[in-house]
Write a protein that binds this ligand. Structure first.
Ligand SMILES: Nc1nc2c(c(=O)[nH]1)N[C@H]1C(S)=C(S)[C@@H](COP(=O)(O)O)O[C@H]1N2
Ligand SMILES: [Mo]
Length: 528
């Protein structure tokens, strides 16, 4: 190690420009501030992650009509992108404040405090965050950031007691050597990233644990069974029953909502004869049912994978509604989640005896996974998820259709949205090259809950009928297969399904918004 005087000399000679020094210090201090909140959130149940809170605020403030943003925010990867954007903006601001700090420390410190206030305000929008803990988190985060900034470039550095007579340092400049400064800020940044990532890991673990508690699953009298021939056995085709770990996930939750099974209740209210509130045991004491249902996301593109089929177990939604007594005129049923998300559907759709809407507490014979709505969710055959499939369900409200709009409706999505007839080619992959001879073209087709009566495949415009797997029910998808004698060349392969009512899937292409994507999934193949 160098002695202190060498350090100071070094500093005078080689210290980078104060604005760069300040920027780097601000960056490190910003990382420390963010890490403090992540760590607290990981350790203290109920303490918010300020990053997630601000991300949540961004999602909630989506300007109505920004359909494309809304589409992209449905996706899971886009959530990560949103978080990364929040962190980048926060760090850029911290770097800018750091550059200010070398000349006007109080202003920079106030900037850090202002960011903490923003984080606090964002955090208390979410009712599941404790206001006290949000306050503590914001305060600690600001204090850590300001302390780190002061340690690296603050007034105590510039005017510290170790100032040597004759030093050429300017006021406001750190007294570390360049190497010392870079080591300290780099070390702080690295430690912050490590602690922050550790904190986030703990936080996600907390949420996963909450959903992994032992649950007594209802046992249905009538078992849902797969018919013989439910699976065509073509390599690479989506399985008829999608395993939980592979099932698509779509929601606005940046972090799986925490639900304590022991205090959780389902409240049925609004236009009912009498309000009903059931705890988990009371809910699952109702007659148990299970059924396979294919659910789909309205933002699924033609050929997309935001659709899946699972065995759902739970109770009949109509049994629960009957306990409360739905009043005439209650034309809409709204499912509300513990984090305030809502989906509304026509009561008539729910009451139609041709289908069996349910409150599911199990998915493929396992308790509902945290990301799929633990402890209870709605599954309503035939409707897109955004107007029906409320996860982390907490309330059922009976109202009139005109009286309330669910979460996505003001953002430009259709109020009523039955799942459109769609089909997808799974094998071969688009753009693949295959050998001449017999080629299995195969995929899935769905039209819940009208069922699929026929799937046709066009090879260069010539439609041929595919073979179908035995359908489980009208509420589920089927696999299809066409064996094709391929001769060398380039081909365009398209698929279309016909629903149970005889209606052929349209080739008229539409975007997912406002009520689902239309058009035929089409791929190109090379046979050589
Ligand atoms: N609480 C809550 N439930 C929700 C959503 C949500 O954002 N929050 N998204 C819905 C949408 S848009 C779809 S497509 C389905 C997806 O269910 P999955 O994630 O289990 O596949 O959940 C629905 N339920
Ligand atoms: Mo969705």
């Amino acid at each position: 190690m160098r002695d202190h005087d060498r350090d100071v000399n070094d500093n005078a000679l080689r210290l980078p420009r104060p604005r760069i020094v300040g920027g780097l210090a601000g960056l490190a201090a910003g990382l420390a501030a963010l890490a403090a909140s992540e760590l607290l959130a990981g350790i203290l149940a109920g303490a918010p992650s300020l990053i997630l809170s601000v991300g949540r605020l961004v999602i909630d403030l989506q300007p109505p009509g920004a359909k494309e943003i809304a589409v992209s925010l449905f996706g899971t990867n886009d959530k990560l992108a949103l978080e990364v954007a929040v962190v980048i903006v926060a760090l850029a601001a911290a770097a800018a404040l750091g550059a200010v700090a070398t000349r006007w420390f109080v202003a920079a410190a106030s900037g850090f405090a202002a960011f903490a206030v923003l984080g606090f305000v964002a955090a208390v929008q979410d009712p599941s965050n404790s206001t006290t803990l949000a306050g503590i988190s914001a305060t600690v985060s600001a204090a850590v950031g300001i302390q780190a900034l002061s340690w690296l470039v603050g007034p105590t550095r510039a005017f510290g007691p170790t100032r040597t007579p004759g030093s050429t340092r300017r006021a406001g400049m750190p007294e570390w050597s360049r190497r010392g400064f870079l080591l300290r800020s780099g070390g702080l940044a690295a430690a912050s990233v490590a602690l922050g990532v550790g904190g986030r890991t703990l936080l996600e673990q907390q949420r996963a644990d909450a959903a992994a508690v032992a649950v007594d699953l209802p046992v249905a009298d009538v078992k849902a069974m797969l018919p013989a021939g439910a699976e065509l056995g073509v390599d690479g085709v989506t399985p008829i029953v999608v395993p939980n770990a592979a099932f698509y996930r779509i929601d606005t939750a940046l972090l799986i909502p925490r639900v304590n099974l022991h205090s959780w209740r389902l409240r049925v209210h609004g236009m009912v004869e009498h309000e009903v509130s059931l705890d988990f045991d009371e809910l699952t004491a109702l007659p148990a049912i299970e059924q396979f249902v294919t659910i789909a996301c309205v933002s699924n593109e033609v050929g997309g994978r935001l659709v899946g089929n699972a065995k759902w177990s739970g109770v009949r939604l109509r049994d629960v509604l009957a306990l409360a007594g739905v009043l005439p005129g209650a034309t809409q049923l709204v499912g509300r989640s513990v984090d305030g998300w809502t989906a509304g559907m026509p009561t008539a759709w729910v009451m139609d005896p041709s289908r069996e809407p349910m409150i599911a507490v199990a998915m493929n014979d396992e308790p509902l996974p945290g990301e799929h709505g633990f402890p209870a969710r709605l599954i309503v055959p035939g409707l897109y998820g955004y107007v029906s499939a409320t996860k982390w369900l907490e309330q059922l409200e009976l109202t009139r259709l005109e009286a309330f709009n669910g979460y996505w409706i003001p953002l430009g999505w259709a109020k009523e949205a039955p799942i459109l007839t769609q089909s997808r080619i799974d094998v071969p992959r688009n753009g693949a090259s295959v050998s001449p001879g017999r080629v299995a073209l195969a995929g899935v087709a769905w039209a819940p809950d009208r069922g699929i009566s026929r799937v046709e495949v066009a090879v260069d415009g010539d439609w041929r009928e595919a073979r179908l797997s035995s359908p489980i029910s009208d509420a589920t998808w089927v696999q299809w297969r066409l064996d094709w004698d391929a001769t060398p060349g380039r081909y365009e392969i398209a698929v279309r399904a016909t629903d149970g009512a005889g209606e052929v899937q349209t080739d008229r292409i539409t975007a997912p918004a406002p009520d689902g994507a239309r058009g035929h999934h089409t791929i190109t193949l090379r046979v050589a």
